[in-house]
Design a protein around this ligand. Structure first.
Ligand code: PMV
Length: 360
């Protein structure tokens, strides 16, 4: 696979106007992507669970402009209201993808987007948001070129979403998505996220992710800045090698359903991600005291109850609790009894692995 594959030949017809709506879920990485080269080429492979409930729905209205052939023009609405803060990110995204969707400069777009999770909950909406927008754009392209196959539409949507926000390329399909070249994944690519095609034990079906909203404010360091700090990071090389190894181990775990091993890798990956932040130059900490308290409580609960509950973190203070579906009732009780006090305004989101994006 190479970038050329995603450059289309001339369209026979251009549409005058139309509309399309897609819903794309968030995802949570088990082996983390942290460190990148230009255009979100990952420094190491990653693998994630696609979520179900935490999602973005985006509607795209397009209208052909009389004086096309300039920069893509767009209006941006977030939950029905104009959202100027999001404009620069979307403008950069359009610049990056214009080579792959040359029709864009001919249109004025109205993007209307909303999330199922609370606004500024500290849950990154860039993955689901960029994925939903990329899918709308691909739907538009397919109408101008009906020969685009459904598989290719999803693959190119992932390719485009990656150019908006790296981890967004893992929000197109589900339930497990791989991204980045790895020796044990024959079809893997740095350019797109692909549904993991290997054997997965039934214990992972409906796997739960309850997201404890510990800190809903802005992050002190953006993930873009964090990725950059992996350049010249003293531990970058061993970290990238470790991600390759952890991914290999995880593939066997998926097959065998070995939960103690799963827990060891997932928690170690989360802590390593934050260890990289704490050992960058300059260093920074995104966890909050409540994050650590929750982790300690999870460890104590797991030891005392035997429930295979573990945690993972993304680039923030929120804690994702991962556990098999059959333990849902018990774990939710534990959360209510012991963890909810550490959540901002007592908020948490109940989610589980899901099948990927959908046209609405
Ligand atoms: O997609 P970005 O650039 O926001 O990076 C996200 C990186 C992590 O969420 C921390 C890890 C991952 O693999 O999703």
């Amino acid at each position: 696979m190479n970038e050329q594959e995603f450059i289309p030949s001339k369209y026979k017809t251009l549409l005058t106007s139309g509309t399309t709506t897609w819903r794309a879920p968030s995802n949570i990485a088990l082996v983390k992507y942290w460190g990148k080269f230009q255009d979100q080429i990952p420094a190491n492979p990653s693998i994630s669970f696609t979520l179900s409930n935490a999602a973005t729905t985006t509607s795209l209205e397009f209208e052909r402009r009389e004086n096309g052939n300039c920069k893509p023009s767009f209006d941006l609405l977030f939950e029905g209201k104009s959202k100027e803060e999001f404009r620069p990110k979307i403008s950069t995204f359009f610049q990056r993808i214009s080579k792959y969707l040359p029709f864009l400069k001919e249109y004025h777009l109205k993007i209307d987007t909303s999330n199922t999770f609370p606004h500024s909950s500290g849950i990154a909406s860039s993955a689901s948001g960029m994925a939903a927008l990329a899918l709308c754009l691909m739907d538009m392209e397919k109408r101008m070129n009906p020969s685009i196959a459904p598989d290719f539409l999803l693959k190119k949507a992932s390719f485009l979403a990656r150019l908006g926000s790296g981890s967004a390329c893992r929000s197109i399909s589900g339930p497990i998505v791989e991204w980045g070249q790895h020796k044990d994944l024959s079809d893997s690519s740095d350019l797109v996220g692909l549904p993991y095609g290997g054997k997965v034990h039934e214990v992972f079906e409906g796997y739960q992710d309850t997201i404890l909203l510990v800190h809903k404010g802005e992050k002190i360091v953006s993930s873009t800045a964090g990725h950059d700090l992996m350049n010249n990071h003293p531990f970058a090389k061993p970290r990238f090698a470790q991600a390759h190894k952890n991914l290999s181990r995880l593939l066997t775990i998926f097959e065998k359903g070995d939960l103690p091993e799963f827990i060891e890798i997932v928690e170690s990956e989360a802590l390593t991600l934050h260890a990289m932040m704490m050992t960058s130059v300059p260093y920074f900490i995104l966890m909050k005291p409540q994050t650590l308290t929750i982790i300690e409580k999870i460890w104590a609960y797991r030891k005392q109850s035997g429930v295979p509950l573990c945690f993972t973190l993304d680039a923030g203070a929120n804690v994702h609790l991962l556990y098999p579906q059959k333990h849902t009732e018990k774990v939710l009780q534990f959360i209510k009894n012991e963890l909810v006090v550490y959540c901002e305004n007592g908020q948490y989101i109940c989610d589980q692995v899901g099948g990927g994006s959908k046209k609405v």
